[in-house]
Structures are given as structure tokens and as C-alpha cells.
Design a protein around this ligand. Structure first.
Ligand SMILES: Cc1ncc(COP(=O)(O)O)c(C=O)c1O
Length: 380
């Protein structure tokens, strides 16, 4: 194994829940349980422990068993898969939706279906590892544009156009970047893509359920919708699995040609049932996302008042750039000693010298948590 500096080593920790969705118990090596408030997971709406999701998953287990048993094309398809796909398509305003066992796999499938070795894949510098892996697998030429920088994107699209008419362009970005907490100007990006006849793929993993009108994500209301979006059920939806949404024609192409869709066991039916229950809850509670965003606004303001840089963006993910790995780890330990779990994110996940503390807000945090957090946010 390569030698890794101590401040950069990762270790696996094991968790369980207690009392409420926002409190975690770490199962320590000696068997002791250490309670911590969860400002780290992506269970933004606390749905992974919601009784409606648990009930839906349990009923589905009784009816469908545990595993789907095979690919969707063999015997893996269940009515719940189709029901969830149809409901999501309607909610998101797309003609076709396809489920996948994970967001990583959905992103691979998305890029491979939209790009090939004749494609310029023009990607935001900070896109998720799964999208980069998809670009590599597709054989497309990777070109990166500066994070959320529309002018840089346009320069790159222009250059590609002049380079070779035979090459097609695919622009790839996310609607809420999980390491930065930022969102791109999607309306301008989709306009530019339209101008240069480039396809646009947007990963809505972190925005769905929280951002946009009624939590429908940041692509739902765009005048020119992206060619395809991806989403996952492992975050705000509190379940597991993922999906791609697109138009009829590209959906049919995906269905007929995607190895990542065809050669994999169908999403476990109980996860699909829980995801549908989550969708119904999000529809029935259209202000959940707004409440979380106004809470995030208060946190940002208070962190600024405390003398730190105001975390960028408007969503539930707050990224506090610290710099050195060890300093970010020290802050994490300090907060943990006070009963709060926030994770220090270090290179190579983020660029060198930009180690950060990532604070993830969630619905129904306990009273007084912001004050407690601020009290223990001290840099030595
Ligand atoms: C932006 C983004 N896309 C996709 C994924 C993958 O989703 P999943 O956890 O469902 O594989 C993640 C999760 O880490 C993510 O952050």
C-alpha cells in the first residue's frame, strides 16, 4: 500500500440510531456506545427512520421477499418498480424514468448513454467521482470548466465547436455540490448548452427533496430542461437506490443499450416501496425544504458572526474551509467531544490545502444545537 500521512488516513466507524433520527450511537471497538447528534449524514429529512417508510418497506418485504432475484429484463421487475418510475416521471416532468441499484451506477449509465469516444465531456471541475468514472468508461474526451463558472463553460464549448464539427459535446454538472454546498446557475448553463447544441446532464442527488419548488430539485422549473437528470434515494429520500429521468427517445435507447441497467439485479423492491413512501411524504409536505433552507441561512449567518468565512450556497450543506488536514480534524474532534458529529473532509476528496468541516443540516434538529455548535467551534 502507498504510504499515506496519518492526518489523511480514513477509518471505518460503525453506527446505530437511538431516540430520534437526528441522534446516532457510535458502536466503539470496546463495545461502548457513544451518542452524537448527526450533522454528517445525507438523511436530510430524517426519512430513513420515518414510520411510513418502515411500514412500506415491511409490507413490501412480506409481499416481494428480500431480493428481486434477477435483472429487470429477466424476472426482476415488480409492479412497485413501474409505479415508482411513473410517479417520479410525473413529479419531475420527464417522459421516462429508470431505476438503478445505486446513484453511482445510475451516473455511470447516464454518461455512457450520452457520450462516446466522439464526445467532448465538458464537466464542472468538482463533479462526483461516479460521473468521472462514467466519462472514462465512455471513452469521451474529458474537459473541465471552473466550478460553477458559466463564462469558462462557454469558452470551452466555443473551443470545442471550432475544434471539430464531428465531435459532440456533453456538459455535466450537479445541482448541489456536496463538498462545497454551492449550486450552479442552471438557467444560464441550460441556455448555453442549447445555444451550442450540447447535451446537459445534471446530478440532482443532493437537491432532490430539499431544494427547488416543493423539493422537486433545481431542474424542475428550468425553461430548457436538461437532457437527463440523475437522482438517488439514499439521501433525502431515506431509502436506497437511484434513478435517471429523460425524454422518451433517450429513455428507449437507455433501456435497449445500457449494460449498467441490463446486467444488474433490480433494485430491492422494499427499497423501491420505501422510496415511493418518501416521495408521497415529500409531496404532502411541500415546505419541508424551505424550512430547512431558512434554518441553513441562520447557521450561515451565525458562523459568519463567529468570525469564520460564511459557508457558500443556500442549501442544507455548509462547507467551512479550514485549510490544513490536521486543523479540520481537530475541529471535528472538538465538536465530537461536545456530542456533535461533523466530518472533516480532506484531500484527495477536496483540493490540497482546502480541508474543511462539512456541516449537514437536517429536519427536526434538537433545540439549542446551533448554540452548542457555535460554542464548540473554536480554532486553536
Ligand atoms: C453527487 C452524488 N452523485 C451520486 C452519488 C451516488 O449515489 P449513491 O449513494 O446512491 O450511490 C453521490 C453519493 O455519494 C453523490 O454525492
Amino acid at each position: 500500500m502507498k504510504s499515506i500521512p496519518p492526518a489523511r488516513l480514513r477509518k471505518l466507524r460503525t453506527w446505530t440510531h437511538y431516540e430520534s433520527a437526528s441522534k446516532l450511537l457510535e458502536i466503539q471497538k470496546n463495545g461502548n456506545l457513544k451518542p452524537l447528534i448527526d450533522l454528517a449524514s445525507n438523511d436530510y429529512l430524517g426519512l430513513s427512520r420515518h414510520p411510513k417508510l418502515i411500514e412500506a418497506a415491511q409490507k413490501s418485504l412480506d409481499k416481494n421477499g428480500v431480493g428481486a432475484g434477477s435483472s429487470r429484463f429477466i424476472t426482476g421487475s415488480r409492479p412497485i418498480h413501474q409505479e415508482l418510475e411513473e410517479n417520479l416521471a410525473k413529479w419531475l416532468g420527464y417522459e421516462r424514468v429508470f431505476l438503478f441499484p445505486s446513484g453511482f451506477q445510475a451516473n455511470l449509465a447516464a454518461v455512457i448513454s450520452l457520450a462516446n469516444r466522439h464526445t467532448n465531456a465538458i464537466a464542472d471541475r468538482n463533479i462526483h467521482h461516479s460521473l468521472i468514472t462514467g466519462i472514462k468508461a465512455s471513452g469521451a474526451k474529458l474537459i473541465r470548466f471552473n466550478h460553477n463558472d458559466v463564462n469558462d463553460l462557454e469558452l470551452r464549448l466555443k473551443a470545442c465547436k471550432q475544434d471539430s464539427a464531428a465531435y459532440k459535446s456533453l456538459v455535466i454538472t450537479e445541482s448541489l455540490f456536496s463538498m462545497e454546498g454551492t449550486s450552479p446557475p442552471l438557467q444560464e448553463i441550460s441556455k448555453i448548452c442549447n445555444k451550442y447544441k450540447a447535451k446537459l446532464l445534471v446530478d440532482e442527488a443532493h437537491a432532490l427533496g430539499v431544494l427547488g419548488t416543493e423539493g422537486k430539485g433545481l431542474c424542475r422549473d428550468l425553461p430548457i430542461p436538461p437532457t437527463m437528470i440523475s437522482g438517488t434515494f439514499g439521501k433525502a429520500f431515506g431509502s436506497g437506490g437511484a434513478f435517471l429521468a429523460t425524454n422518451f427517445e433517450l429513455g428507449e435507447e437507455l433501456l435497449q443499450t445500457s449494460g449498467a441497467f441490463r446486467y444488474t439485479t433490480a433494485l430491492a423492491p422494499s427499497l423501491a416501496s420505501a422510496a415511493l413512501a418518501a416521495l408521497n411524504l415529500i409531496k404532502a409536505n411541500p415546505t419541508w425544504g424551505e424550512v430547512l433552507q431558512s434554518q441553513a441561512e441562520s447557521w450561515r449567518n451565525k458562523i459568519l458572526e463567529k468570525g469564520f468565512t460564511r459557508p457558500p450556497g443556500r442549501g442544507q450543506i455548509l462547507s467551512l474551509i479550514i485549510g490544513q488536514d490536521q486543523d479540520a480534524l481537530n475541529l471535528q474532534s472538538q465538536l465530537e467531544a461536545s456530542g456533535i458529529l461533523c466530518i472533516a473532509i480532506r484531500p484527495p476528496t477536496v483540493p490540497e490545502k482546502t480541508a474543511r468541516l462539512r456541516i449537514i443540516l437536517r429536519r427536526n434538529l434538537p433545540e439549542g444545537i446551533l448554540e452548542k455548535f457555535l460554542l464548540n467551534l473554536r480554532q486553536k
